[in-house]
Ligand binder design. Structure first.
Ligand SMILES: [Zn+2]
Length: 274
């Protein structure tokens, strides 16, 4: 009898936890969103995120609120002796939260920690040559996004990207776009869209542009979207996101349909910022 009561109590507690947790999380986030934004943090963003100056008052306030939530919920880990200072955290949070600016509701839900290396880091990659032979090689990387819980970034690359906001390359935008893509557990260049009716048009627009980019790369023709986007559809979405934020005018004139899809997904119109 007692055992049955204990089992029911445990089940009750689990169900209560499942129901109450999202409510508590929402309240905590609302509190963080309303917390005064330190002037020093504002100055750091003004000095390192050029488009911050073009955001209107409401957008700035929203970004500041997202940054407060992001900094509270995510853990930063310095690697190879790098100190992840407050300034570094603010810069990473500000660029990552730009992707969430217009209330996408979630804060990269699978992400737990952000590992920051001083510069490019070396990883071992294995490639199957055939059924019996696997080739192992060491490659340098500037960033990575894991489906499970981590983003890895090179601080040296972040500094370069901060100085060159209009070159279409941004490792933070790139890796956090992967996080958005991976929210449903798959990295395939299709993030979670608002309506189920949005998926067919997304697939058509993105796959046509992806093929176009692949053809350009094969023929050695320059494209507004960096050739790395031709690696696979997941990389295409990440690189197209970098282009959308850093070269919005060129993307709009070369690929208006992609611009429109990303504008609708991010609920942002970066051509208005410049
Ligand atoms: Zn990538």
């Amino acid at each position: 009898m007692i055992q049955t009561i204990i089992v029911f109590l445990i089940i009750g507690l689990i169900i209560t936890g499942i129901l109450v947790n999202p409510i508590l999380m929402k309240r905590r986030r609302n509190r963080l969103n309303r917390r005064p934004f330190p002037p020093l943090w504002n100055a750091i963003i003004e000095n390192n995120l050029p488009i911050y100056l073009y955001l209107n008052h409401d957008e700035r306030k929203r970004l500041q609120g997202h940054i407060q939530v992001f900094l509270t919920e995510k853990q930063f880990i310095g690697c190879r002796g790098l100190q992840v200072t407050e300034e570094k955290k603010i810069i990473i949070a500000a660029v990552a939260c730009l992707l969430l600016l217009n209330e996408r509701g979630q804060y990269f839900p699978k992400l737990r920690s952000i590992l920051v290396y001083p510069s490019a880091y070396i990883v071992k990659e294995t490639t199957a040559i055939d059924n019996y032979v696997v080739e192992e090689r060491r490659v340098a990387r500037l960033g990575e996004s894991w489906t499970r819980d981590q983003v890895i970034l090179s601080w040296e690359q972040i500094k370069q990207d901060t100085l060159n906001w209009q070159d279409g390359h941004n490792v933070i935008l790139h890796e956090f776009a992967h996080q958005l893509d991976q929210e449903d557990g798959k990295a395939e260049g299709v993030p979670i869209l608002k309506h189920s009716s949005d998926y067919p048009i997304w697939a058509k627009v993105m796959s046509e542009a992806y093929q176009h980019l692949c053809n350009d790369v094969l023929q050695g023709v320059n494209n507004v979207i960096d050739s790395y986007g031709a690696t696979n559809p997941a990389e295409f979405f990440a690189v197209a996101t970098e282009t959308f934020f850093e070269k919005p005018h060129q993307l709009l004139s070369h690929y208006p349909a992609i611009y429109q899809q990303l504008q609708s997904y991010y609920q942002l119109d970066p051509v208005q910022w410049k």
